[in-house]
Ligand binder design. Structure first.
Ligand SMILES: [Zn+2]
Length: 251
């Protein structure tokens, strides 16, 4: 088995049976486990301490911004980072301007920018959630000269991806690719350079391939990329692994 990298999953939300299967696969599997809110941080960091190939990321996701406590939580983010030397990334953070979340647009931008600045100060990369906010995310990344970022579950077209690729960001390619109906997503993969792609399951939230083990789910995504881009699967696994490693702190 080759070594494969899951650049985005939520291990704290995975049930304990599945988690024990994952921990048995860790000799061939590295995972970035991201957080959604302050409630996830301790458990995520703990998993990182217990298992060498589980790499922890902490941050505040735009859906989980609580306006009354967010300043406190941002302060806690800084103090938690100061107390740990094993953090691999800041995430999942970002902007979501879907109608359900647009009411918090201003505070989302503030919280996102704050966390981007924290990441830069700590020399950490960023795992980004971006929905209906491509221009705004790009402008925050551009104005802060961010290059070490992964656009998790990137859902746009290649035209929309180009400016992010130009900044040096990677695109997280997930189980959506297993839905053969999704020709738009297939086109994104075909047109983007392989050097800009990383694999992700977004487990337990990735919609397709739920019947497969974590490792196998990543392998079938890699196989689909290989077919679309007419490459060897091993090449896809190795290149996406190297790309993830270039953004995510792994020691
Ligand atoms: Zn996620």
């Amino acid at each position: 088995m080759s070594n494969i990298f899951d650049s985005h999953c939520h291990l704290v939300d995975i049930d304990s049976n599945e988690l024990s299967v994952i921990t048995e696969q860790l000799s061939n599997l590295s995972l970035l486990s991201v957080s959604k809110s302050i409630d996830d941080w301790d458990k995520t960091l703990e998993l990182g301490r217990l298992f060498p190939n589980i790499l922890p990321a902490i941050g505040i996701h735009p859906w989980f911004i609580n306006e009354s406590s967010v300043e406190n939580h941002l302060g806690s983010l800084k103090s938690t980072i100061a107390l740990t030397n094993s953090l691999s990334m800041i995430g999942e953070i970002g902007l979501d301007f879907d109608s359900k979340y647009i009411h918090s647009k201003e505070i989302q931008i503030h919280v996102f920018e704050y966390q981007v600045e924290v990441a830069l100060r700590c020399g950490l990369g960023i795992s980004i959630h971006c929905r209906k906010a491509f221009d705004e995310v790009r402008s925050v990344l551009g104005s802060h000269n961010v290059s070490r970022a992964i656009m998790h579950g990137f859902s746009g077209s290649y035209e929309q991806a180009k400016p992010f690729i130009g900044l040096g960001c990677k695109l997280g390619i997930g189980t959506q690719l297993l839905n053969k109906q999704s020709t738009k997503y297939e086109r994104l993969v075909r047109q983007s350079p392989i050097e800009s792609l990383v694999l992700e399951t977004d487990a337990p939230y990735g919609k397709h391939g739920q019947n497969l083990s974590h490792y196998d789910r990543l392998m079938v995504i890699a196989k689909r990329i290989a077919t679309i881009k007419q490459l060897d699967v091993a090449e896809v696994v190795d290149m996406t692994y190297a790309s993830a490693k270039s953004i995510i702190r792994c020691e």
